[in-house]
Design a protein around this ligand. Sequence first.
Ligand code: TXA
Ligand code: MG
Length: 304
Amino acid sequence: MLVKIEQAIDILNHDGVVGMPTETVYGLAARANSAQGIQSIYTLKGRPAENPLIVHVATKETFFGMLPGIPPHTEQLIHTYWPGPLTVVVPVYEEAILPQVRANLPTCAFRAPAHPTAVELIRHVGPLVAPSANRSGRPSSTLCSHIEEDFGASFPVVEGQPPHQGVESTIIIFHEDRWFLGRLGAIPADAIETVLGYPLIERKSNRTLCPGQHFRHYAPKTRLFLTPTPSQPIIVGFSDRCYPSTSRLFSLGHSQQPTEVARNLYDVLRQLDAEGIAMADVDVDIPHTGLWRTILERLNRAAS
Ligand code: TXA
Ligand code: MG
């Protein structure tokens, strides 16, 4: 159910949770200093307590104020990408952030969203925690109707433009003097590597560094088969390509437009589920670089 921003501010100030558009995907927002709001988020999502949340801030000063030290390249990175879909995980003053937000880790994830509705909410009520607005294991929500599917038609969602990126923020993690890749996302990893001047290595096997990578993710009920030559009766593919005439196409968009494909991705996965489709081929004859790399990673997870 759409609510006005004033009503959303009131809900947040009373320790509640609201659906909030960001430029990446919808978030489930609560005040970062509300133990009750945070507990509700974990319960609503069915999220394991060991999977920490991202703190969303409106200014870099708020962020810097919580850090005992500023890791190298941080200022350059946030100068380049904030406000926007870059999440940085850094050591924090433990008293600055509730342990429930950090899953008791000595680090915390931060980002400054670019969406005007998110910024306005933060300016009114302070920093917000906001995981993606989906039940754990479901694709993230990119339309208000996706939130209603997962949390019911009466769940409050703040009015505002739906997310335009369609995939989550890129997460980088500072650890032992360098940055690592925590999650591919809306900002291509190669662009961040250019700022850093060294490659972003993934450390997925490290549970403490990348807790979120150890839970099932982005999974529709439909069984997906990734192939460069799709041939099943149901195909997830591109609007500008020819497929067997007997097959039905769920279009991700144009094969030369990765931003359009990223924006449509989760909606297509949810449509397959909504129609109860048992299996589909996914056309993965796409590049492995830039935003396509993120899209491919999400498709791989959805298929696994
Ligand atoms: O685009 C986004 O980032 C969206 C929008 C709503 O802002 N939010 C989002 O949040 O995707 P969520 O909770 O779905 O994903 C956050 C990820 C999780 O994989 C979590 O494990 C990781 O961030 N994370 C959070 N704190 C961390 C920490 N201290 N160390 C390592 N990873 C952390
Ligand atoms: Mg999520």
